[in-house]
Every structure is written in structure tokens, then in C-alpha cells.
Design a protein around this ligand. Structure first.
Ligand SMILES: Cc1ncc(COP(=O)(O)O)c(C=O)c1O
Length: 378
């Protein structure tokens, strides 16, 4: 994998000659003496620890600017706040349940207009762009939980043609294996709760961009809305970032082996994993992802007992979230994606039997043995 966390970490914070500290300081101060050299005034607006994280994240994505928020959901709320009356947001039918919940039930009920489409259907997407006033196209790739990949550069061409901003939620990939700005994304967003922090102990979000005008509008909104990441959580996230490349390598090595094992198992109906895709989806993976990632979803054949399988697992607790060092399993229909109505879920192929696995960095033999013994009991 491409080694770029070194440069990013050294851009965010350089050990200095003044105090010799190797790791970044935590500035807990909510306010600063007026007229200080750094230009700091109040920590909602600017905080020295948060800035280190924001610059590091920007660098990781190959962008100039970064902003860190109190959650991935807060990033979405800030981006939706860019929209003016009569402007619309277009997003995928196969998006994280909370993305659907915020756009449809929160922003939508306050008058924000939206359209939902399968963003892997480029013809339908163009028809919607042609006939509506779409100002933001929000894509996730790979998607949550079906792991579909969306062609970022193809959508970037459409976004430019119809004067929309292309926003890519890169949470599932991380900047180690996918840098959407290289393919034309205007804004890259993260739930940093996941791989970026990586230790399941911080809820956070971030965005990066190289567009100075857009950055200053978003910075204004970040300060105005106030959903900023705390200094301590910024510091913890910086600590997580130091091992991002190493963790990603192990997540993916493990996920590839688990996908292969499950794909051959007689009780498994289907494995959804970018590393197993064929045809057009495979071509997109090859084009924009360095490796296929640490997330996969599965369906058991109907005659087997999903509940028994879940209850027999020792090393895959049933839990929301993903991207932490420990493996987790999720039942999207009743957990992460329960806010999407059942008819909508069925339309996009998200069945009640689908299970999503976040593969951790544990010993691979232990993980496979655990899956094997639980499948035996299913
Ligand atoms: C792809 C994706 N984007 C955004 C979010 C929202 O992030 P947060 O939970 O940090 O608000 C999630 C949460 O699971 C997610 O999976």
C-alpha cells in the first residue's frame, strides 16, 4: 500500500526544538489571551490541537484544507447547510441509514429538497441532474452495507457538467486505500469514529477539500453550528492515525482471507466484498481503490438459522459501528439501517438476512475458526 501517513503526520505536527515533545500537545483551553501570536481566540472557532488533526487529515487525502467535527453525522449536517432555498441534494438509495434519516427526516422536514437514486446507474443519475436543481451529489463508496462501488471520476464529470458539488463519504475505504479527490471529488468526508480513529473510543467526523472558497464557507458553518471535535478527541484521533496504515493492512489481509473462506462455505448464499467483485464493479475497484478494504457482508442460505449463528460467535460481538481494531458483526435491517423503511430496503437488495462484518486485526486463524464453529451450529 502507498506509504503517505509519514508525510501527513509530519505536516500536522513536527517535534519542535522549544520543548522537544515528540507527540502533539492537547490544548484544553476554551479561550486564549487576546492578541496572542497564534491568532487563537475561542476554541469553537480554532483550537491548536484540532488544527493539527485537520491539517493531517487534509494531507492524507491529498487536499489543502480539513475540518473536524463532533461526528460523521455533524459533517453531513454542515454540508447540507450549504444548500439555499430550492437547491437539492442527490444521494444513493444504498447509503448509511443515518444519512437517509438526516436528509429525509431532519433536513427534509425543514424544507430541504432531495432526490434518491442508485448512483451506480449513471444514465438515471444524469436524467435527474438534467431535470432538477441538484447542488450536492453525496456518494458513499464502497456503500454501507452492500459494498457497491461507485465510479468517482464518472460522477465527477457529471457533477461538473451540471454544476454540482461531488461529496464522497470515504469512511469505508479510508485514505490509505482510496483518495477520492484524485478522481475529482470536491469534498471528502469521514465518520472518523471508524478506521481513522480506529479504537472505538471516539465519535467524530471530518471533511477535507482543496477548494479555498468552499473551505471558508464550511469553516463559517462549522463555527456557526458549533459541532466541533473536542481537543481531547482530536488528540486521541491523532494517536489513532499513527497506526492507520498498519491497521488497514491487517484489516484487509484478514478480510481477504475471511471473504475467501465464507465464499466457499456451503451454508453461505452470498458474500459481498469488493475483492470478489466481477465485471464493471471489479473494474471500478481496480481503478480507484488500492486494496478492497476490511468490510464485507454476507447472507446465509434461507434454511439455516441466522440467530443461532450470531449467538454462537465468540469473537464477533453483535454491535453497530465498524473500523475498530476488534471484529464486529451487525444486522443492518434491525440496527444500522432500521431507519430506512422496509420497502426501500427491499428495493435496494438489503434483505432481512444480511449481516455486515467489520473485520478486525485479531489473529486470522482464531477469526476463521470462530466463523467455522458458529456456521456449524447455524
Ligand atoms: C458510511 C458512514 N458515514 C457516516 C456515518 C455517521 O457517522 P457518525 O456515527 O460518526 O455520526 C456512519 C456511521 O456508521 C457511516 O457508516
Amino acid at each position: 500500500m502507498k506509504g503517505f501517513t509519514t508525510k501527513a503526520l509530519h505536516t500536522g505536527y513536527k517535534p519542535n526544538d522549544e520543548d522537544g515533545a515528540i507527540i502533539p500537545p492537547i490544548h484544553l483551553s476554551s479561550t486564549f489571551k487576546f492578541g496572542n501570536k497564534g491568532g487563537y481566540d475561542y476554541s469553537r472557532t480554532v483550537n491548536p490541537t484540532r488544527i493539527i488533526l485537520e491539517q493531517t487529515l487534509a494531507q492524507l487525502d491529498g487536499n489543502f484544507f480539513g475540518l473536524a467535527y463532533s461526528s460523521g453525522s455533524a459533517v453531513l449536517a454542515n454540508i447540507v447547510a450549504l444548500l439555499k432555498k430550492e437547491e437539492e441534494i442527490l444521494f444513493s438509495s444504498d447509503a448509511y441509514g443515518g444519512t437517509y434519516r438526516f436528509i429525509v427526516n431532519v433536513a427534509g422536514s425543514q424544507g430541504v429538497k432531495f432526490k434518491i437514486v442508485d448512483l451506480t446507474d449513471y444514465v438515471k443519475t444524469e436524467v435527474i441532474l438534467k431535470n432538477n436543481n441538484i447542488k450536492v451529489i453525496w456518494i458513499e463508496t464502497p456503500t454501507n452495507p452492500l459494498l457497491k462501488v461507485v465510479d468517482i471520476s464518472r460522477l465527477s464529470v457529471l457533477a461538473k457538467k451540471y454544476r454540482s458539488l461531488l461529496v464522497v463519504d470515504n469512511t469505508f475505504a479510508s485514505p490509505v486505500i482510496q483518495q477520492p479527490s484524485r478522481f475529482g471529488a470536491d469534498i471528502v468526508v469521514y465518520s472518523t469514529t471508524k478506521y481513522i480513529n480506529g479504537h472505538s473510543d471516539v465519535i467524530g467526523g471530518a471533511l477535507t477539500t482543496s477548494n479555498a472558497e468552499l473551505y471558508s464557507r464550511l469553516k463559517f458553518l462549522q463555527n456557526g453550528i458549533g459541532a466541533i471535535l473536542s481537543p481531547f478527541d482530536s488528540w486521541l484521533t491523532l494517536r489513532g492515525l499513527r497506526t492507520l496504515e498498519l491497521r488497514m493492512k491487517r484489516h484487509i489481509d484478514n478480510a481477504e482471507k475471511i471473504a475467501e473462506f465464507l465464499n466457499k462455505h456451503k451454508k453461505i448464499k452470498k458474500v459481498y466484498y469488493p475483492g470478489l467483485f466481477t465485471g464493471d464493479q471489479k473494474k471500478i475497484v481496480k481503478k480507484q481503490m488500492i486494496r478492497p478494504g476490511g468490510m464485507l457482508s454476507i447472507e446465509l442460505k434461507e434454511k439455516y438459522d441466522v440467530k443461532k449463528f450470531l449467538n454462537s460467535l465468540k469473537y464477533f460481538p453483535l454491535a453497530e459501528s465498524l473500523g475498530g481494531v476488534e471484529s464486529l458483526i451487525d444486522h443492518p435491517a434491525s440496527m444500522t439501517h432500521a431507519s430506512i423503511p422496509k420497502e426501500e430496503r427491499e428495493k435496494i437488495g438489503l434483505s432481512d438476512g444480511l449481516l455486515r462484518i467489520s473485520v478486525g486485526i485479531e489473529n486470522i486463524e482464531d477469526l476463521i475458526e470462530d466463523l467455522r464453529q458458529s456456521l456449524e451450529k447455524a
